[in-house]
Design a protein around this ligand. Structure first.
Ligand SMILES: [Zn+2]
Length: 302
């Protein structure tokens, strides 16, 4: 078996959060169970945010508890991450039993201003105050637009390094480097990862890629060439692009696993099971899978 790479399944949170059709709790739980069955060991599972803003996440506590129950029945050690944006969110996530919490800051000054109505420095202070509330679970800091801003402002490597160093100081052990707008390219992805390798261990870096410009897998390849061992992906490539309506979303789990397997990496995923889950999930929740593999297999089956 080749080197182990963790594919973090982000469909339950990033893929479903803005899906137009409400997904019933039991449907979510059914497909999360299938994702565990197909090999996912780490999830970006839910967010504890106001149901007014993200109605699809209003059942976060129940989804988390049911998912944990299933992992326990199987005797599997699965990491379930919960995204939180404020103190209330952290409180609810911990109460519901999240095994790790995720915070988000945008590394783009312009995006952060539009999204959070704050400067990056203000967001950083706010994040540090929140992180100090968290005890006993792992913390991830996700850097939205960490691989580039869609608004044309510069996102320098030095800023990424600074934000990561500040996060490590308050107990964060893992950085989610996000290409939120899908605009990075392999050379740039490598450059930022190399900069981060000078301040932390490569195992602390997770790469979150979107495919708006069709460079998702190329960026994933560049990342694994730099030694990255953790990559996010969403079943069916769901999730869209927050900046470009209708554009492709997160890189698809099935496409990433397909590539990594071809390169000889051990993902622990069963690709046939992934495809079968993607087909039935997309049918049931009325989503259109955007992955190449789903399309290619369709042609090959005639
Ligand atoms: Zn995403």
């Amino acid at each position: 078996m080749g080197k182990k790479i963790t594919v973090v399944e982000v469909c339950p949170r990033d893929g479903w959060q803005n899906h137009k059709v409400p997904i019933p709790t039991e449907t979510k739980v059914k497909y999360i169970k299938e994702m565990i069955d197909y090999g996912a060991t780490m999830f970006d599972l839910v967010s504890f945010v106001s149901p007014k803003w993200v109605p699809q996440m209003k059942d976060a506590a129940e989804v988390l508890q049911e998912s944990k129950k299933y992992a326990k029945e199987l005797g599997k050690d699965i990491e379930f991450m919960a995204l939180t944006l404020n103190g209330k969110g952290i409180e609810n996530a911990l109460k519901a039993g999240a095994t790790s919490v995720q915070f988000v800051i945008s590394a783009s000054e312009e995006h952060n201003k539009r999204n959070a109505n704050r400067t990056i420095e203000e967001s950083l202070e706010n994040f540090k105050a929140m992180a100090s509330q968290v005890k006993g679970v792992k913390m991830t800091l996700a850097l939205a637009c960490g691989l580039g801003s869609p608004f044309g402002d510069d996102v320098p490597a030095d800023r990424i390094k600074y934000l990561c160093e500040e996060a490590f100081k308050v107990g964060v052990t893992r950085i989610g480097l996000g290409d939120t707008a899908g605009i990075s390219n392999p050379a740039h992805t490598k450059e930022i990862i190399r900069a981060l390798k000078s301040i932390c261990d490569i195992s602390q870096i997770d790469i979150h890629l979107h495919d708006a410009y069709g460079m998702g897998l190329a960026n994933a390849y560049a990342a694994v060439e730099e030694g990255v061992t953790s990559l996010d992906a969403a079943a069916g490539g769901l999730g869209g692009c927050p900046f470009v309506p209708g554009a492709k979303g997160n890189i698809a789990t099935e496409d990433l696993v397909h590539m990594l397997q071809a390169l000889g990496y051990d993902t622990g995923y069963d690709l046939d099971k992934v495809l079968s889950t993607v087909r039935s999930m997309c049918d049931e929740i009325q989503a259109v899978p955007t992955s190449s593999l789903i399309q290619a297999r369709k042609c090959h089956q005639g």
